[in-house]
Design a protein. Structure first.
Lengths: 326, 517
C-alpha cells in the first residue's frame, strides 16, 4: 500500500497542473476583475463602495441572463444571434399588451416567456431538422424579429404599471431582490450544466456530435433545448429591461447577441463547442459590466466602450488560442 | 450447410450472428451474403485483407450502417438493422480504430457518457470517478479517471474505450484493428485485458490482418475476402498458411503493379529537419523516379513530416532542397517549384466539394487555361477529358460534381490534377485511406506511372502491405526521428514494426507489481 501512495502523490500534482492549465481562462478573467476593482478604487473611492458594487451587480443582470443562454447554446456547438431581438420583441410586446388590454399582467409575463421559448424552439428545429448552419438560421431569426419589433411599435410605448418597477427596485436587506434571483439563476445554470445528464450531454454534443450519438445521447433534442433555454432567458432579459426603463424602448436589447458572445468568449467558452464553464462566463459578465461602470464614471462614450470591448475579445481569443495549441 | 458455425453440434447458441447479410456502396459490393456467428465467452478473430468487408461488418454491428438485406441476430432476437441505441441495448460495443472519445472531458465522464451515475443531488462526479476506477481496476490499469482524455497516450485512450464498453455492460466487444495503433508492448497489455474480459464470459470480436495475433489470442477465426464469407474454424484446427491462402486467394503482388525502377539523381533532399516537439533531426533523400515509403506508428510524425516539407509546419531548423534549390515555406510556392503534397484528409484539403471534376482538375493550373486572365472553358474541358480517360475516373463525366464520386475516384482526381502540373516530387499522405480495393489498385498504378516519368514519390502510409507492395525504399519514423531506412530487399512487415516500436516501456503498465524496481 505504501508503494502505491508514494506513486500517486506526484501524479496528483501532475493533475492539478493540468487542471490549472485547463482553467487558465477562468483564473485569468477573475484576476482581471480584481485588477479592475483596484483600478476603480484608485480612480474614486465612490466606485469601490458597496452601493456602487450592488449597482454593478444589478447592471450585470441583463447581460448575465442572455449570456447564460448563449453559453448553453455555444457549449452545445451552436450560436444564437437572435437573443437581442428576442429580448426586444418580448419587452415591447409585454409593454404594449399591458398598456392596451386588460389581461392580467402575470399572464402577460408568462406569455412573454412562452414567446421566447417558441423563438428558441423554432431556431433549434430549423437547425437540427433542416441541418442549416446555426449562425445563418439565428441571424435570419434576428432579422425577422427586428421586423416584428418595428411592427409592434416604432416609438416609445406607454409607461408600464407601477408594480412592474418593483421587479427592478425591490430590495432584501442590502441587496436588490433581482440580484439575489440572478445569483440563484447562475447557481442553477451551474448545477444543470455540471450535475444533470442534460448539462453533460450539452458538453458531449458540442465536443463531438458523432461521439455523443454513439453514446445514445439524443443530439438534436439536446441542441433544441439549448436554444429554447436561450430564448426563455432572453425573454426574461427583455422583461427586466422593460422594468428598468418603465417604457418600451424600440432600441431595447440592442447588441445583446454581440455582448453575450463576447462575454462567453472572454470567459473561456469555446466558440466551437464542448469547452468552457459557467463560472468563467460569470466572471466575464462581471468584467464587462464593471468596465462599463468605470467608463460611465469617466464619461467615455458608448461607442468607445464598444470599441474597447471588441479589442478585449480579439486579445482574449488570441491568448486562449495560443494556449490551446500548446 | 447454410450455417457454417462449427460449434453447432455442441448446442452452443451464438450470442451474435449475421445471416445472409449484404451491403453495397455506389455499386461496390462491400458485403455479399455473409454469414458469421460469435459464441459467448470466446475471442473470435475476424481476418481478411484491406477491403475484405471487415469494417463494413463492424459498422453494421455498431448500428452505423443499415444492411441491404439479411438479418442480425443478437441473443436470439432478430433485427433487420441495428441503430446505435439498439446495438447498445443488445450489449454490443465497438472499439474503433479512431476512438470515440471526448477530448475535453475526463476519463470518468467518457466511460459513463450518456449514463453518468447519479448521487443525492443530481449527478455525482465523485461516484463516476470511483466507479471508473473500479472498471479500470478490473482491466488491470491504474489510470486516473480524473485525467482529461486529451492528455492520454493511445493505449490509455483504448483502455478508456474498453472501460466504456464494460460500463455499458457490453457482452460483445468488437476491437477494430487495435494492432495498427498499438506497439507490441501495448498489445501485450491489451491481450491481458481481453483475456480478463473473456473470463467474465464476454465475447470479443478481434479484427486484424495480422495472423500471428490470431493464433496467440483467438479461439476461433473467420475469414472474409472481397466481401464474402470464406470460412470459420477453431483456431487450433487451421494453419497459418491455410488462412493466408484463404485471405489472399491470389498472390499478394497482383494488387500492385510490377516495378522496374531505376532511380535517378536526388530530387528532394532533407537535412536535419526539426519541428519543435514533433520532428527531430530528419534527413532523407528522394531520387527522381523513386517511390519512398514513410512508415511509423500513429503519432510517429509521418503526417507532420509531410506537412513540414511544404511549409505547413513551423520548421525550427534544417534545410529542404528540391534539385538543389531551397524550397519556399508555403504550399502554393512549393507546388510552383515542383513539390506537391496530397494530404491525408481528402475532404478537408484535397477536393473542392460542390465543384465539378473539371474545376477540381484545373484548379492548380488555372493560369494555363487563361488568356489575359480570362479562363477558356474549352481548354479546361479538353484537359479534363484527357485526364479522366487516362486515370480511369468513373463515371467518366467531367461535369459531374466531385462529391458524387466514390472515395477512390475522388482520390484519382486529386492525383490527376497534380500529374498534369508535371511536378518533380510528390508527397502523398495516406493515399488510399477510405478507398475500396479496386480503386486502390488503380491508384497504385497512377503512382507507379508518376514515378515512371521521373517524378520522385514520398508516400506516408499506415498500411504496411501497401508500402511493401509499392515502394523501392521504406523510411521508418519512430517518435519523430528516422529509425530505419530499409531498401526493398530488407523491408518486411516485421523489420518495419521492429524499427517503428519505441523501446522504452509504455505509459500505462498493467500492474505496479510487474514493474522492474
Amino acid at each position: 500500500m505504501t508503494s502505491t501512495t508514494i506513486q500517486k502523490s506526484p501524479r496528483r500534482l501532475e493533475i492539478s497542473a493540468a487542471r490549472l492549465r485547463r482553467h487558465g481562462p477562468v483564473i485569468f478573467v477573475y484576476a482581471l476583475v480584481v485588477v479592475l476593482y483596484i483600478v476603480a478604487c484608485s480612480l474614486s473611492p465612490a466606485l469601490g463602495q458597496w452601493s456602487n458594487l450592488s449597482e454593478i451587480l444589478r447592471q450585470s443582470i441583463v447581460l448575465g441572463l442572455v449570456t447564460i443562454g448563449q453559453v448553453y447554446v455555444l457549449l452545445g456547438g451552436g450560436i444564437d444571434m437572435s437573443v437581442g431581438m428576442t429580448a426586444r420583441v418580448v419587452g415591447l410586446g409585454v409593454a404594449v399588451t399591458m398598456g392596451s388590454t386588460s389581461i392580467p399582467p402575470f399572464l402577460v409575463i408568462i406569455g412573454g416567456l412562452v414567446a421566447g421559448a417558441v423563438v428558441g424552439l423554432i431556431n433549434g428545429l430549423f437547425i437540427t431538422r433542416i441541418g442549416a448552419a446555426p449562425f445563418i438560421v439565428t441571424l435570419g431569426m434576428m432579422g425577422v424579429l427586428s421586423g416584428v419589433a418595428l411592427a409592434i411599435t416604432d416609438g416609445p410605448t406607454d409607461v408600464v404599471p407601477d408594480f412592474f418597477f418593483t421587479i427592478y427596485d425591490a430590495t432584501l436587506g442590502p441587496l436588490p431582490i433581482a440580484v439575489i434571483a440572478m445569483a440563484v439563476l447562475w447557481a442553477v445554470a451551474w448545477f444543470v450544466l455540471n450535475r444533470t445528464s442534460f448539462g453533460r450531454n450539452v458538453y458531449a454534443v458540442g465536443g463531438s456530435a458523432s461521439v455523443a450519438r454513439l453514446a445514445a445521447i439524443r443530439v438534436h433534442r439536446t441542441q433544441v433545448w439549448t436554444y429554447a433555454a436561450a430564448g426563455v432567458l432572453a425573454a426574461i432579459a427583455g422583461i427586466f429591461l422593460l422594468a428598468r426603463s418603465g417604457v418600451g424602448d424600440p432600441t431595447l436589447g440592442q447588441g445583446l447577441e454581440f455582448s453575450s458572445i463576447v462575454a462567453a468568449a472572454i470567459g473561456g467558452v469555446s466558440l466551437y463547442g464542448g469547452r468552457g464553464s459557467i463560472v468563467g462566463a460569470l466572471g466575464a459578465v462581471l468584467l464587462v459590466t464593471m468596465s462599463g461602470n468605470i467608463f460611465d464614471f469617466l464619461h467615455v462614450s458608448g461607442y468607445f466602450q464598444q470599441l474597447v470591448l471588441g479589442i478585449i475579445v480579439l486579445i482574449g481569443v488570441s491568448v486562449y488560442r495560443t494556449r490551446g495549441r500548446q | 450447410m447454410s450455417s457454417p458455425a462449427p460449434f453447432d453440434e455442441h448446442a452452443v447458441t451464438p450470442l451474435l450472428e449475421v445471416r445472409d447479410v449484404s451491403k453495397s456502396f455506389a455499386g461496390v459490393q462491400a458485403l455479399d451474403h455473409v454469414d458469421f456467428a460469435v459464441l459467448s465467452g470466446e475471442i473470435h478473430a475476424l481476418v481478411g485483407e484491406n477491403g475484405a468487408g471487415k469494417s463494413t461488418l463492424v459498422k453494421m454491428f455498431a448500428g452505423a450502417y443499415v444492411p441491404d438485406s439479411g438479418a442480425i441476430v443478437v441473443d436470439g432476437a432478430s433485427y433487420s438493422a441495428l441503430t446505435p441505441q439498439t446495438a447498445r441495448k443488445a450489449g454490443i460495443a465497438v472499439v474503433h480504430q479512431e476512438f470515440n472519445l471526448l477530448m475535453d472531458m475526463t476519463v470518468a465522464e467518457n466511460v459513463f457518457l450518456g449514463a453518468l451515475p447519479k448521487g443525492r443531488f443530481g449527478l455525482s462526479p465523485a461516484k463516476a470517478v470511483r466507479r471508473a476506477r473500479e472498471l479500470l481496476d478490473r482491466l488491470g490499469s491504474d489510470l486516473d479517471p480524473r485525467r482529461y482524455v486529451s492528455e492520454l497516450s493511445v493505449v490509455e485512450q483504448q483502455l478508456v474505450e474498453i472501460a466504456k464498453a464494460l460500463a455499458a455492460d457490453a457482452r460483445i466487444i468488437i476491437m477494430d484493428e487495435p494492432s495498427t495503433v498499438l506497439s507490441p508492448e501495448e498489445l501485450i497489455v491489451l491481450y491481458g485485458v481481453l483475456h480478463r474480459l473473456r473470463q467474465e464470459g464476454r465475447s470479443i470480436i478481434y479484427i486484424s490482418h495480422r495472423l500471428s495475433e490470431v493464433f496467440e489470442l483467438a479461439q476461433r477465426v473467420t475469414v472474409l475476402k472481397d466481401g464474402r464469407f470464406v470460412s470459420s474454424d477453431v483456431t487450433s484446427e487451421v494453419t497459418e498458411d491455410e488462412l493466408i491462402r484463404r485471405m489472399v486467394g491470389r498472390p499478394v503482388n497482383e494488387l500492385f503493379p510490377h516495378r522496374t525502377s531505376a532511380p535517378g539523381a536526388p530530387a528532394l533532399e532533407v537535412i536535419g529537419l526539426e519541428v519543435a516537439k514533433k520532428l527531430f533531426d530528419i534527413s532523407l533523400t528522394v531520387r527522381a523516379g523513386e517511390i519512398v515509403g514513410l512508415a511509423g506508428l500513429g503519432g510517429s510524425g509521418r503526417t507532420t513530416l509531410a506537412r513540414a516539407l511544404v511549409g505547413l509546419e513551423r520548421v525550427s531548423s534544417g534545410t529542404i532542397t528540391l534539385e538543389g534549390a531551397q524550397l519556399p515555406h508555403s504550399p502554393g510556392a512549393c507546388a510552383r517549384a515542383g513539390l506537391v503534397m496530397v494530404p491525408e484528409d481528402r475532404k478537408a484539403h484535397g477536393i473542392v466539394a460542390g465543384h465539378s471534376v473539371t474545376d477540381n482538375l484545373s484548379l492548380p493550373s488555372l493560369g494555363r487555361f487563361a488568356s489575359l486572365s480570362v479562363l477558356s472553358p474549352r481548354r479546361q474541358d479538353e484537359m479534363a477529358k484527357r485526364l479522366v480517360e487516362r486515370f480511369g475516373v468513373r463515371p467518366a463525366r467531367p461535369k459531374v460534381a466531385i462529391e458524387n464520386l466514390s472515395g477512390g475516384n475522388q482520390q484519382k482526381v486529386v492525383l490527376a490534377k497534380w500529374f498534369d502540373m508535371s511536378p518533380k516530387v510528390v508527397v502523398l499522405d495516406e493515399p488510399t485511406r477510405g478507398v475500396d480495393v479496386g480503386a486502390k489498385s488503380e491508384i497504385y498504378s497512377i503512382i507507379e506511372e508518376l514515378s515512371g516519368t521521373g517524378v520522385g514519390v514520398l508516400m506516408a502510409s499506415s498500411d504496411l502491405t501497401e508500402l511493401l507492395g509499392t515502394c523501392d525504399r521504406i523510411i521508418v519514423l519512430r517518435e519523430g526521428a528516422v529509425a530505419a531506412d530499409l531498401p526493398r530487399s530488407e523491408a518486411t512487415e516485421e523489420s518495419i514494426l521492429r524499427a517503428a516500436t519505441p523501446t522504452r516501456s509504455v505509459a500505462s503498465e498493467p500492474a505496479p507489481a510487474k514493474e522492474p524496481a
